[in-house]
Ligand binder design. Sequence first.
Ligand SMILES: Cc1cc2nc3c(=O)[nH]c(=O)nc-3n(C[C@H](O)[C@H](O)[C@H](O)COP(=O)(O)OP(=O)(O)OC[C@H]3O[C@@H](n4cnc5c(N)ncnc54)[C@H](O)[C@@H]3O)c2cc1C
Length: 319
Amino acid sequence: MSVLIFVDHLDGHIKKASHEALTYGSKIAEQMGDTAEAVVLGDVNEDLAGVGKHGVKKVHHVQHEHLKNFDSQVYTNVIAQVAEQTGAKTIIFSNNSSGKALAPRLSVRLKAGLASGATALPSNATVRKNVFSGKAIANVSLNSDIKIISLNVNAFTIEEKEGTAEVVPFNATVDAPKVKVVGSTKASGKVSLTEADVVVSAGRGMKGPENWGIVEELADSLGAALACSRPVADAHWRPHNEHVGQTGIAIAPNLYIAIGISGAIQHLAGVNRSKVIVVINKDPEAPFFKAADYGIVGDAFDIVPKMTAAVKKMKGINA
Ligand SMILES: Cc1cc2nc3c(=O)[nH]c(=O)nc-3n(C[C@H](O)[C@H](O)[C@H](O)COP(=O)(O)OP(=O)(O)OC[C@H]3O[C@@H](n4cnc5c(N)ncnc54)[C@H](O)[C@@H]3O)c2cc1C
């Protein structure tokens, strides 16, 4: 039997979230004495044998012109064929936008139980996951023959060791998509927000869009992605793809730096899975300090440039 891991890629490069899922799925296979196998749809500019470094033994690669653009219905049909032919009993996705579209569809198709948003390795088919925006933890038992688990982004450390995977072309029936992509515009951020290790985020405390230079400089010095609170995006100070929170993007970076953000519950809902939270706010009573690992009470316009200078000095970057 095998554990099948879906590999998500963007512009031909395997996403960091998929490297996490590959490590996670390989560990599950190890636990169960099974083989870890991966499924890749569409063209990739990387040597797929390389995913063997995460413990995967075989990669099923499906190439077809209809797989050029992501289409959840077309992709689900193809993954189902691979799952059926390989006899996979456990299927792993990353709980990112692709995984959120594919895992539920596949679970209906294969009559499989689905645990979405796993945060740790399962124990006796019981999966630990965050619920209510991370306010509680649920242990979910999967009792179906086929089990699907989607792993939260940044919840599992990528592991690499010696090894290559066998790459085999998979001949699937690929439907023509019912939806045609007529154009797409790329988000402007230099670092992808959902994949970033470090996120620098700012709110209404920055007073206006003209002041974002110091936020961007701090983000650049740290190699971080930029984020913002909702009112900032609503006021068009920053693009909507940077808006994090309950109604925006939910993120879980290793480090989240919040500048001039009050810490409303709706904001916290999207960022409280961050491993370390640093809050900079001039109001010592700002609610965000309760959720912070480190807090700096002070004026962002004074503190942020000093932080940037310190980071640059530490990294040996000339100012
Ligand atoms: C249904 C619903 C959904 C929502 N979804 C979201 C969501 O997804 N994401 C989200 O962010 N919000 C969301 N909101 C809005 C949320 O309730 C807050 O209003 C919002 O998060 C506040 O944004 P803010 O912290 O940037 O601004 P403010 O609340 O105005 O806070 C600004 C902060 O900056 C500090 N400050 C001011 N000047 C400085 C300075 N010079 N230096 C340092 N600190 C300074 C202030 O002390 C204050 O704490 C939602 C609201 C509703 C009702």
